[in-house]
Design a protein around this ligand. Sequence first.
Ligand SMILES: [Zn+2]
Length: 156
Amino acid sequence: MEERGTWVNSQGVSSIKCPSCGLSKKSAVGAFKGKGHKLTIYCACGTTFQSQLDFRRAHRKQVKLTGFYSCSETRKFWNYMFIRDLSLTGIGFKTVNRCDLQPGDTLKLMFTLDDSQATVVEKEAMVVHANDEKVGCEFANSYITDDILGRYLVPE
Ligand SMILES: [Zn+2]
């Protein structure tokens, strides 16, 4: 039986994806916290798989990193960003000038972690709130396993 890790966000919601047919369902799994974190899921396609819920990693880490963001329509321009906090599900950053980003805008982000490998992270993200130069985004595909970012945010 295939087993996969699944991130749980701060609202207790996890997106569990079937390894066989790729069907993904957002589910409220907060009730499982502190109980069994390994669920056996029976998918509509007939596949049974196990999903390991990970509650630790919705944790938001305060960081001081720099990077770049680009609006999806104008990919040729990269803007500086100063990252203030980071989690597996999202990112908070400041722009150099007042930005004209709107909730719902899709961004491409590129930044370097201050880990020993100076890992470069590239992500698609959606703006959740933007206030003058302060921007909060949610990553696209934020619940899929992301080992490097996971280790960075929660050192083992
Ligand atoms: Zn399936």
